[in-house]
Design a protein around this ligand. Sequence first.
Ligand code: BG6
Length: 492
Amino acid sequence: MQEHRALFVIFGGTGDLAKRKLYPSLFRLFRKGNIATHFAVIGTARREWSNDYFREIIKTAIEPLEPTKEEEEAFVQHFYYQSHNVTNTEEYTVIKTLADRLDEQYEIGGNRLFYLAMAPNFFGVITRHLKSEEIITNNGFNRLVIEKPFGSDYESARLLNEEIREVFEEDQIFRIDHYLGKEMIQNISAIRFANNMIESLWNNRYIDNVQVTLAESLGVEERGGYYDKSGALKDMIQNHALQIVSLLAMEPPRIFDDEEIRQEKIIALRSIRILSEAEVDQFFVRGQYSAGKLKDDTFAAYHDELNVAPDSRTETFVAGKLLIDNFRWAGVPFYIRSGKRLTEKGTRINIVFKPVPVNIFRENEATRKIKGKDVLTIYIQPTEGFSLTMNGKEIGPSFSLAPIKLDYRHSADALENSPEAYERLLLDCLNGDATNFTHWDEVAQSWRIVDVIRQAWDKDTAAIPSYAAGTMGPDEAFQLLEKDGHDWIWQP
Ligand code: BG6
């Protein structure tokens, strides 16, 4: 096990993301020995906290991982807190002094990982100061990790990127899309590029359509303030859904490394057709959840959620059809959908194959009808695995066709030991491996695709379709496929 040396400076160190994801992930890395003695963490935020209080917070954050007393003590000794106003230049000297002291104390060798877990409007001011106040070192690596949202449209993202690029080179910037840290998202490349049986069919001659669903059963919880300004299109489609599509659609990279993969993903994203505003209605639908009931639970309507405007027009559901204009995919619709308060939590990809050219069993239509199309399903979460639904012969003396399913799921044990998305991504960062992060060109192209849709919707004054909480979205989402002669394969 290689022990990494690094000083983590976490801006937004008191925030929800840090507590829920970063500190537990750091602890997992600590437990596995990826970080051991030569690391330290500085948490910064506006609040006045003492080191002791910060360490208590860390203990609470890692509690679910059931550390022993010794592990817990050893871990939290590496944590330091510094209250900080990101716009105040003088306060950066305090951070610098602390950082240099910890670097020496823990013999870190100048490696620094700056993690911006806060609102993007501060990214520019922080990175500028990291440079001007010489918090960036000369003797080790300096990497910047950025959380989404990266801008709110192409133009704001471009400006943000320019600000950051004044200080950091592209290969020092790690833009997080936590879906890329998920086990089964990473598995997409293995399935495609390690199986001739799959890759040889992976094109418009054999694939009829592709369906990507990112469903959530939760509503907006305490994030109404953020979500009401964002909506599902920017919250899930611009990043996670388009990243998944690019992994499904890209050409095989020459070799499996970050540069080559990024290159292919960028080309795939560039091949996605950008709609005109007038076309948006035919290709994309949105919805907002109304009050609903599922089993014994009742749910409030979106506009009654905390910090949501009562007359909000924000979409909590999006379904759309993407067309990819290249030789491999011309004519194959990629349907995507994502929403809050749907029937169940689940991320799934369904690859629907074309039917055989002729049904040679057709003589007896009643029993020998081909019942369904072949479907390869990739289960991303909460269960992880694959299934292949095909047609076979029903057991018995007569000859009837029946669907059969080859089904594989990772075992609970394997899942238990598999790293969590953030843990994986933090380790990648320590290794300087950017494969599972989004390059600026990917972010830019994703915004270009999404901006037109947003603009068309912003101009549209018609009522937004609604769907009852607990269902799989508005009728319009089903009609979107029906008009092409398809159905959503996953209908929980
Ligand atoms: C985040 C979105 O990026 O992803 C959230 O901002 C969403 O709104 C979350 O709930 C879903 O992530 P996961 O890993 O739970 O599927």
